[in-house]
Design a binder for this molecule. Structure first.
Ligand code: PNS
Length: 164
């Protein structure tokens, strides 16, 4: 059983994340989308809201034999991966600028759990500039983000802003 985790903040899920999930499907039997519960940050969406949104959007990418699971975690990614018996940590790389940070994380995670490999996947070019933070900023200031985040996520962001 080839099991991987795909950890992240996912605040919120973008089409870039979905692109990475799609690319991971043929590589693993099971992928756990692992939503970080980071109380230090001030997220737009609670962990529960983020997990629920991902669960609702996942059927749009699911196909074939790979099983997709949504879970949340606190603490170290490497500990979570070990606890789940995962052999790989999937991370997406959008541009060279991501590389240094990702390399440091991958090396640290390898030091913590030498048996677990980090697998980098390149996001599609059209998402190379898409990040959750940029999407939140542009959306909050009234800019168009369709095509860059799932429609359901956009609707939830609209709801969030209207209740502020
Ligand atoms: O989507 P993000 O915000 O780029 O994801 C970053 C994430 C969650 C993968 C990273 O911050 C992380 O792994 N945090 C958990 C704490 C941890 O393990 N830190 C050491 C990483 S080497």
């Amino acid at each position: 059983m080839r099991r991987a985790i795909f950890p992240g903040s996912f605040d919120p899920l973008t089409n870039g994340h979905l692109d990475i999930i799609k690319r991971s499907l043929p590589l693993f039997d099971e992928i756990i989308i692992a939503v970080l519960n980071n109380p230090d940050k001030n997220p737009m969406f609670s962990v529960e809201e983020r997990c629920q949104m991902i669960e609702e959007v996942l059927p749009t990418v699911e196909d074939g034999d790979c099983c997709l699971i949504v879970d949340s975690f606190s603490g170290l990614t490497a500990d979570f991966a070990k606890r789940k018996n995962a052999s790989a940590i999937v991370r997406g790389i959008r541009a060279v600028s991501d590389y240094e940070y990702e390399l440091r994380m991958a090396l640290m995670n390898r030091r913590l759990e030498p048996e677990i490999e980090t697998v980098f996947l390149m996001a599609a070019e059209e998402y190379s500039y898409v990040s959750s933070n940029l999407m939140k900023q542009v959306f909050t200031l009234g800019g168009r983000v369709e095509g860059l985040i799932p429609a359901l996520v956009e609707a939830k962001m609209k709801e969030k802003l209207s209740t502020k």
